[in-house]
Each structure stands twice: as C-alpha cells, then as structure tokens.
Design a protein around this ligand. Structure first.
Ligand SMILES: *Cc1c(COP(=O)(O)O)cnc(C)c1O
Length: 419
C-alpha cells in the first residue's frame, strides 16, 4: 500500500524500524489515553448523558438540556465547578479573550509570568495596539520572561506582582516559540508560588494543544480557569467550531455574562444541531490526542535519523502535540508541506504555495487537507519562509494517517532535494 502512495521501499522500511524503537514510548501514550478515556466516560455516565442530550435547541435556547449537561461533563473532566462550552465561542483566541475580558476590570493588571503569549493574544491584550483591546479598557499588562534555561524567574515574578495584579495567564504549550512546553506539574508549582504571594489572584491557563496529553490538567493543580479550542484536542476532530472555559463558578459566570449578556449568562445560547459532534468528539478526544502525540514523536525520530534538528527531540517528554523540524532550506520546507498535503483525506490533489499572510513578516506556507477548515487536531503543517526554515506541524486524527503523512513528507523531500 505504501508503494501505491509513491513511497519508496527504503522510506517505508525506515518507518518500520523507527516504529519498532518507539514501542515503549507508544505504550505509555496508550496508557495515558486509557486513563483519559475513562475520565471522559465516567463524566458522561455520572451526568447521565442521554439520547435527548443530543437533540439541541433553536432560538434563545432556554432549557437546552444537552448543552447544560455537556457543560457539567466538561466541568467533571477538568475537575472544576463549572464550564462554558459553546459553538458561539468561535475559536481559541475568542475563548481566551472572553476569559480575560470578563474576569478583569478597569484598573486591573494582567501578568504573564511565562514570557510572550500566543501571537493572536497580543492584540487582545494590547501589546500591539488594537481596537477593543484590554489596554483600551484601562487594563494594564506586565510580563516576566522565562530564564534562559526555560525555568521560571521567581524573583522577577515576585517583583511584578502588585496591588493591581488581578489575573495571571499561563500558556501551557510552547505554541510556535522555542521555549519548552510546561508540564502540568510545573504549572502547579508556578500557581502555588503566585497564590502564595497574593492569594486572590485568578490564574488562567491557555490549555490549547495540551488537553489529554497528561493524566491531569492545570485545573487539577490550582488554575481557576482552563481555556481552549474545540478544533484542537478536546473536539476530537468532530467538533466543527467552538471553545471552552472550565473553571470556578465565579470565573465561568463572568465569562457567560460577557459572552451573552448580564442577566442572561448561561441561560441562553441555542446549540442548534451541534451537540452530537461535541459529545462524540469529547469521547474520541483522548485517543485522537494519542494519535497526534505518536505522530509528533514519530516525525521527530524520522527527521533526527535524517540528520535534522527537531524540537522537541524524539526522546523528550511531551506535554503538547506540536512538533518543529528545522528544514534548513525553502525547498525542503515546501516539499515537506507538499508531502503532508498529498497524504490528506481532503484536497490531497492541491499543492500548497507560500503566501504573504497578514501579520507576518515573511511568506508562510501551510498544508492542511482537513474535514474542518483550519482544524489543527487534523494533520497540518506550516512554516514561515525564512531562516532557519522551521516547519511546525501537529495533529493526526488517526496514527496510521499521521505516519503516512510523515513518510510522504520525507518522500517529497527526497524527490525535491535530489532532483
Ligand atoms: C491555537 C492556539 C491559540 C489560539 O487558538 P485559535 O483557535 O487559533 O484562535 C491560543 N493559544 C495557543 C497556545 C494555541 O495553540
């Protein structure tokens, strides 16, 4: 079968050899998926998820039992008091913006003790001036970078916390930076430290790409809110839109009253026909996340074998699903993305081309042949066409598809770089 995809024998064999070496690693990932699967299942059973929950409402969406039950299920999965899980939350950035804007008040200060937050949050916060930013509402921002070795700058953080500090934001995943991704344990240490200095600070964790990669979540170690996108891990590839905020009753209520309106809060928001995808997606999320983790580690191992620099390396612990490979040339980057695209279930006949994306200082190339547009729990890759030609990729709804994608990427690179 690999031959019918145009993958040469030596690449297939390399893949097999690496799979063999990764077996102990994959077993651990499967074990983690098993635990997470049970966690999700038990939350569904405890809350009596029923056929009626899948029906959905229209209009105002009063008494939407499916929506309300799903929010209880998310709260149980994350061990929080409450949650908001809505298709009206349009993406991860929206969920994060909502959590911040609703839980900060004019005069408050927001602190990031883990360096620069995700690109799209710069305009939300007002680091890059933007209409409607927190800065426009009189909410200030301060930031403490990680130490050169990736550790927390505890002295710096202590100095940065003041009377105004109302909320601390911690990004779990490295995103598209080269700092290490934080483990839940590390996040727990940071939260204890922060709350030890000022106990009424709210802590929000940007949980994007981290869900179900570990047995516990940041909300198990003191986070007041965990926030993420449903077209990443927790949507299991089935959710076509949406975001979630799970946290304390107060934090979630603040967010609900901002998403809809004061006085209405969680009571409105019709689920339309979306609930089957949200329920089934959450049910599948632990094994889908495991597939994405295997794909990332496999890719790191394959490209290390080919002599490329990878980040993180194949033997480091994983707390998110993003993998970076330094491909060293524009040709290699384009070929890699071409291979990922050629392995896709949708739009495999297209060739990705670099384009000048708004907000970037160099052309960007992206490969995505996804069922859900822009979904990055599905196998997808992108990279800016500039030194050192890093490709960032993530996802893989099934491990066999992830594996094929990586072998195709290598096949395309071999063809391009030889000819
Ligand atoms: C993806 C991501 C976001 C933003 O989510 P979008 O759905 O792309 O808006 C924020 N933070 C991190 C760490 C992410 O990975």
């Amino acid at each position: 079968m690999y031959e019918t995809f145009g993958i040469r024998k030596e690449i297939e064999e390399l893949g097999e050899k690496i799979c063999e070496q990764l077996k102990p690693r994959f077993e651990k990932i499967d074990k983690n998926a098993e635990l997470c699967q049970l966690k999700v299942l038990s939350a569904m059973q405890k809350n009596r998820a029923s056929e009626a929950c899948l029906l959905g409402t229209t209009g105002y969406g009063y008494n939407d039992v499916g929506r309300d039950t799903l929010e209880k299920i998310y709260a149980d999965v994350f061990h929080t008091e409450d949650s908001l899980v809505r298709p009206q939350i349009t993406c991860g950035t929206h969920a994060l913006a909502l959590a911040l804007m609703s839980n900060l008040r004019p005069g408050d200060e927001l602190l990031s003790p883990v360096g620069k937050p995700y690109d799209t949050l710069e305009e939300v916060i007002g680091i890059r001036p933007s209409m409607g930013s927190l800065a426009e509402y009189g909410i200030t921002y301060s930031q403490v970078d990680l130490l050169p070795d990736g550790g927390f700058d505890y002295d710096g953080i202590k100095n940065a916390i003041n009377d105004k500090t109302g909320l601390v934001t911690i990004q779990r995943s490295k995103g598209y930076q080269t700092r290490p991704t934080l483990s839940v344990e590390q996040i727990g240490e940071l939260i204890s430290f922060v709350k030890g200095i000022k106990s009424d600070i709210k802590v929000m964790v940007d949980n994007c790409y981290g869900e179900f990669t570990e047995e516990i979540e940041p909300s198990d170690v003191g986070a007041d809110m965990v926030v993420g996108s449903l077209i990443k891990n927790p949507g299991g590839g089935l959710a076509p839109i949406g975001g979630y905020i799970a946290g304390t009753k107060e934090c979630v209520e603040n967010a609900a009253k901002r998403l809809t309106s004061p006085g209405l809060g969680k009571e409105v928001g019709a689920s339309l026909g979306i609930l089957p995808a949200f329920y089934q997606g959450l049910f599948l999320a632990p094994t889908v996340t495991a597939s994405a983790l295997k794909t990332a580690i496999f890719a790191a191992a394959v490209f290390e074998k080919m002599g490329y620099e990878t980040y993180p390396s194949s033997d480091s612990p994983r707390y998110d699903i993003i993998q970076a490979v330094t491909l060293e040339s524009p040709e290699a980057l384009k070929a890699f993305c071409g291979g990922i695209q050629a392995a896709a279930p949708i739009d495999s006949h297209l060739t990705p081309e670099p384009w000048d994306m708004p907000g970037y200082d160099s052309p960007v190339i992206m490969a995505a042949g996804a069922f859900v547009s822009g979904s990055s729990i599905e196998l997808s890759a992108d990279g800016p066409l500039k030194e050192p030609y890093n490709v960032y990729f993530q996802g893989g709804l099934t491990w066999p598809h992830g594996k094929l994608g990586i072998l195709m990427a290598l096949e395309y690179m071999k063809r391009t770089l030889v000819s």
